[in-house]
Design a binder for this molecule. Structure first.
Ligand code: SF4
Length: 444
């Protein structure tokens, strides 16, 4: 029996890619184990968005370099970025596969099983997307569906075009078929994934762009919630806002990465929109019938960012009032144009700006979450925290809402089986910067 262990780093795309890699392995008779010690095949699905993420995989490989009789494989973005250099850096590695080569994974595994020792899948020259008959999904309630892979943008700091290749959209019929199958399996929440979902275009019907696809998924019977990530402001059209506004199953949230509040820095980042154009999208979203929760990504300390540019980013936080901000220090990445830019910001200055920004956003989130106290929110129950005795729910705005239930007449409480995957109304009683707390508004 062939046993495999897989560890995944990075974004939701990587998490979902691993779900499909696991499906491919199980189809070949492999069995997943929970530790590298027990495994014959050890795989790392890697991320290279920042240097720290990249170093993690080499640290893991180094920790296991003396393990005997095992096959090591590096998958994902570091695999594509470093390619055959990985065999030099870690000679005990046998398999190096970039995500654009996943459709060939079964064939590459055959080479390994037949004794191949330096097997690679590194071509970016492909039109195909990674679709598998079997996907081993982690979460029993929320399912990921990749609709587009790769990216045609060239943001100056980003490795994705070099590690995942050019954009390739899936046929909409294949996406809808998957959504219907998931609904049949009892999934009620779907998250559509892509580096840039807004530039989706059905290869079999170019008229079917992102907005009509989103609406079609939202209307699949049995699906109660639809989310999508990641959007790009340049391609975020008004048609998307209109589809969100008229389809209640599309969640009340939009993640729209801005990266900087300064048009001067956005130009240096090659983001292809200005601060004003970005704010126009925000205005569309704020003028909808529904209250849409907003989140974003921000990079501080991009080469050439002045104190005034940074102040513009801070002012943007006040203007937009995001419910969540994923903020990072600029991290120089291989092959990216930003490496050659002048005005590199010192590390301690990046840290100072990140701290100021996160502190400011924390107070905005606390104020916005506090305003939720007294309201009743519908949550999808996803877990239970035995140390606090609270159920873990998630609102349509993607807020975490931890809550308690009232004891039944006989003093008992509902079981996990009874609660997990249910949609329940919860009254918000307390608020923190990153989560809410409450009590179930009905007896369960
Ligand atoms: S849109 Fe820009 S930041 Fe996003 S994946 Fe593409 S190149 Fe990278």
């Amino acid at each position: 029996m062939k046993r495999f262990y897989i560890e995944t780093f990075g974004c939701q795309m990587n998490v979902h890619d691993s779900e499909k890699v696991i499906g491919t392995l199980e189809q070949r008779g492999y069995v997943q184990v929970q530790s590298p010690e027990e495994a014959d095949l050890i795989l790392y699905n890697t991320c290279s968005i920042r240097d720290k993420a990249e170093q993690k995989v080499f640290q893991r490989l180094n920790e296991n370099r003396r393990a005997r009789g095992k096959i090591f494989g590096v998958l994902g973005c570091v695999a594509q970025q470093e390619g055959e250099r990985i065999f030099e850096k870690a000679p005990h590695v046998n398999l190096v596969v970039g995500s654009a080569s996943y459709p060939r994974l079964a064939e590459l595994l055959v080479q390994i099983e037949q004794g191949g020792r330096r097997v690679t899948g590194l071509s970016l020259d492909t039109d195909s997307t990674f679709e598998t008959p079997v996907t081993r999904r982690d979460n029993p309630y929320r399912a990921y569906i990749t609709i587009i892979e790769g990216c045609d943008k060239d943001c100056a700091y980003c490795v994705v075009p070099f590690t995942r290749g050019r954009e390739r959209s899936r046929r909409s019929e294949s996406v809808l078929e998957e959504a219907r199958t998931l609904a049949g399996m009892g999934y009620t929440e779907i998250q559509l994934l892509g580096q840039n979902v807004n530039s989706y275009r059905d290869p079999s019907d170019p008229a079917r762009t992102f907005a009509p696809l989103l609406e079609a998924v939202a209307q699949v019977p049995g699906i109660r919630r639809v989310r999508f990530t990641t959007s790009h402001p340049r391609d975020f059209g008004r048609d998307i806002v209109e589809v969100i506004d008229r389809n209640e199953t599309i969640c009340n949230m939009v993640h729209l990465p801005v990266q900087s509040g300064s048009t001067r820095v956005l130009e240096r980042m090659q983001r292809q929109y200005t601060r004003d154009q970005y704010m126009q999208r925000i205005e569309w979203l704020k003028n909808t019938r529904r209250k849409i929760s907003l989140s974003t990504d921000i990079i501080v300390g991009f080469p050439g960012e002045t104190e005034e540019d940074f102040e513009q980013t801070l002012r943007l936080l006040d203007e937009v009032e995001y419910d969540q901000v994923f903020s990072f220090k600029y991290s120089p990445r291989p092959n990216t144009p930003a490496l050659l830019l002048d005005g590199q910001v010192p590390e301690e200055e990046k840290s100072r700006r990140l701290m100021i920004l996160q502190e400011k956003q924390r107070s905005i989130q606390l104020r916005r979450n506090t305003a939720q106290i007294g309201s009743v929110q519908e949550v999808l129950v996803e877990g239970y925290n035995s140390s606090t005795g609270q159920w873990i729910g998630r609102t349509t705005e993607n807020r975490v809402l931890n809550f308690v239930t009232r004891p039944r007449a006989d003093g008992s409480q509902p079981s996990r089986e009874e609660m997990f995957g249910r949609y329940l109304p919860v009254r918000v009683t307390r608020a923190g910067p990153n989560s809410l707390a409450g009590e179930c508004a009905i007896a369960v």
